[in-house]
Each structure stands twice: as structure tokens, then as C-alpha cells.
Design a protein around this ligand. Sequence first.
Ligand code: UDP
Length: 235
Amino acid sequence: MSLRWKRALLKISGEVLGGKEGPLDEGAFSFYAGEIGRAREAGAELAVVVGGGNVARGAALPFLPQTSGHIVGMLGTLLNGVVLREFLLRKGVPALLMSALPVAGVAEPVDPWRAKEAMGSGSVVIFAAGTGDPYVTTDTAAVIRALSVEAEVVLKASKVPGLYDDDPLRNPEAKFLPRLSHREYLARGLRVMDQAAVAIAQENGLPILVFKADKEGALLEALSGKRGSLIGGEG
Ligand code: UDP
């Protein structure tokens, strides 16, 4: 399968990393580590932004001032990063963990130059703690990190096959949309990928592919442009 994009940033939400047994689903981490390893073997240069919704979301902690809630949310993404690194290393995939809230001895600070160099020499770089700032989400971090490491695309791992004109989980008649411009996505008020994140991607001409990621080989198919819905990517 030939790759449509060689350097890509994969956004994995916390939602897909948690399970019934608790916030950290061993099977999900193992699955995504396997997917990432396969994509790397096919020649892709990958960075990953991990979400944290499986651990905590700032907005879901009303007993805390919002700023503290978001910091807790960001630290949740760091847990996911530590676990994903372990699963990648276990599969023989060299991996670096960079965190926007660095924790000495656990994750190094975000360094786009070092990240690019590591990706170029076959390591997978995991970015944790979102942007490091409250009031935004890891979707925004995904777009910013993708731009910083000059990724050609953001691949958003989703539970649904892509974009629809209505919520496919509630409306079985919802129509699949294989492609939309950033402007159309924003105008329709779609939310699979945060609007703020898509606005930054639009300003910088960065395409975003939303794809269903829970099947073996899905990441490689996404990288080959054979899966999902594309936002932007004109020309
Ligand atoms: N968060 C934040 N700043 C960021 C990224 C995340 O404050 O740059 C917080 C925010 O509270 C968010 C939580 O971390 O709810 C978890 O991130 P997100 O909701 O993006 O995770 P996902 O939905 O991808 O699992």
C-alpha cells in the first residue's frame, strides 16, 4: 500500500484508550501501539497526540476552579502518554515522550526540532499535556504539534467512519461526507474535531483526516488515503 502522506500526526482521544475495566484499557493501548508500529514499518514518520478524556476533562470537574480542572485534564493525557510509550517500546518501536507540562524523569519538554529529528530517524514522538495551557483541547494541540513538526496531515482516530451531515449514532439516515473544505466543516458546526483546531488548520492549510481506527490495518489505510473523511487537502 503506497502512502499518501509520509509524515503524519495521529490524534488518539482518551475515549478510545479507556475501557470498561477502568481509565486505562490494556487492549486499546496494545492495539494502537501495534497500528503505529505497522505504519512505521511501512515508512511513515509519526507523532502522536494523546487525549485524556478517559482520565479527566476540565469541564467535568465542576468542584474545581476551571483552570485547575484543565490542568488535571492535561495531567491525564500524560498518564496516557506514559502508558503508550511503554506499549510501543514493548513492541520494539522506539518512542519518545514529550510533555507540554514536563515532569523530570518521566517526560521531556516539547522540542519540535528534536521531535522532527527523532521522527526522521524512525522514532515515534508522543506529545502529552496538550498545549500546556487551559481552556483548549488536545485537538488544538494536535494541529499545533502537527504544524511544529511539519506533518502533512492530522489523522484523527475516531469511533465513527468519518464525517456525516448528522450524528450517525443517533440518525441512521445520516449521510457520509467523504470530503469537506475547512470552511464547510466550520460552517456546518461539526464537532468530531474541535472547531478551534480546524480554524488553526484552515489558516495553515493543514488537512485533517477523520477515520474509524479500531480495525487492524486502519491506520495504514488512513495514511494511504483509503479510509475516512478528509477536511481540506485541496489540490
Ligand atoms: N486540556 C487543556 N489544554 C490542552 C489540552 C487539554 O486544558 O491544551 C484539558 C481539558 O480540560 C480537556 C482535558 O485536558 O478536557 C483532556 O483533553 P481532551 O478533552 O482534549 O481529551 P480527549 O477528548 O481527546 O480524550
